[in-house]
Design a protein around this ligand. Structure first.
Ligand SMILES: Nc1ncnc2c1ncn2[C@@H]1O[C@H](COP(=O)(O)OP(=O)(O)OP(=O)(O)O)[C@@H](O)[C@H]1O
Ligand SMILES: [Mg+2]
Length: 286
């Protein structure tokens, strides 16, 4: 069974992926494989003093797909997303954007390249209004010279439009962000990241603190972001949420890839793979 999976289901072991756009695959091969991933982390090793947090992990993020990163506490999930969001420099391995190796100098450098990260506690300012938060760091300006000022009307309208695109209806965008629920704040952060033109959106446990209905709404917004062509990385402990929205899955255990389940990944199977009670079958990159 493991030998005969269709090519689109087979994960490439690190370093063996076909070079993008050339070779025989370009002539008649499946186009998905010919296009390099929007973002890839290959053979990533990360050591902190004596601790090896990541030991040769490969993760590919494709445009218009949700890649779920699963694993128990301490598996290395946050360390991996810190590597691809410019927080940590890897000890070994490389990060690629559209198939080209890049060095992410800082989180700001990553954002400039279109990699947006929403942390579990989004870096927003609770006492400021929704629109201030939506345009934080990229405020629309009108006028020139001494007449330069914040274009509040444009910011309000832009916020309403950006949120509506994600089905988020907030009656009054002057409300302090703190008056929104946790799920609404996550949704605003997702809509904001997409509005900034991000191509890759990394979400660290966006549904962890939410009840069933708010989590469902956030998952719906993740699917919308994916449908706009953004490549999404969803970090989650929750196999039900992952199975609902994920297109591909990577299970980490002790800093290595324990499994890359292919085909229909049910929540039960993902849970078993996270717990280590099921055979990953298609291990690679570990
Ligand atoms: N800055 C650091 N210094 C030393 N060790 C670290 C550092 N960051 C992470 N680690 C270690 O690396 C390992 C992986 O941690 P990481 O935070 O990536 O796990 P995680 O999968 O995100 O876990 P959780 O589900 O609890 O968030 C852990 O053993 C952790 O203690
Ligand atoms: Mg973590």
């Amino acid at each position: 069974m493991t030998a005969d999976r269709p090519p689109t289901d087979r994960p490439d072991p690190p370093g063996t992926a076909a070079p993008a756009g050339d070779g025989p695959a370009a002539a008649g091969g499946p186009p998905v494989e010919a296009t390099p991933p929007a973002l890839a982390a290959r053979d990533i090793v990360k050591r902190f003093d004596g601790v090896t947090a990541l030991d040769g992990v490969t993760l590919e993020v494709r445009a218009g797909a949700v890649t779920c990163l699963l694993g128990d506490n301490g598996a290395g999930k946050s360390t991996l997303i810190k590597v691809i969001s410019g927080v940590h420099a890897p000890t070994g391995g490389r990060v690629e954007l559209d198939g080209r190796p890049i060095t992410l100098a800082s989180p700001r450098d990553a954002r400039r390249r279109g990699i947006a990260t929403v942390h579990q506690d989004p870096a927003l300012v609770p006492l400021m209004s929704v629109w201030r938060n939506f345009f934080l760091g990229r405020e629309p300006i009108r006028g020139r010279g001494p007449a330069r000022r914040l274009d509040v009307a444009a910011a309000r309208t832009g916020t309403r439009r950006g949120l509506e695109a994600f089905g988020i209806h907030i009656d009054d965008v002057d409300r302090p962000l703190a008056t929104l629920s946790g799920g609404e704040r996550q949704s605003v952060a997702i809509a904001r990241a997409v509005d900034t033109g991000a191509r890759v959106l990394i979400l660290d446990e966006p549904t962890a603190a939410l009840g069933v209905r708010p989590a469902g709404k956030v998952l719906d917004r993740i699917a919308r972001a994916r449908d706009t062509g953004v490549g999404v990385v969803l970090v989650s402990h929750n196999p039900v949420h992952a199975a609902e929205v994920g297109d591909t899955f990577v299970v980490l255990r002790n800093g290595r890839v324990a499994a890359r389940p292919t085909g229909a990944a049910t929540a039960a199977r993902l849970a078993a793979l996270m717990a280590g009670t099921a055979d990953g079958g298609d291990r690679s990159g570990s």
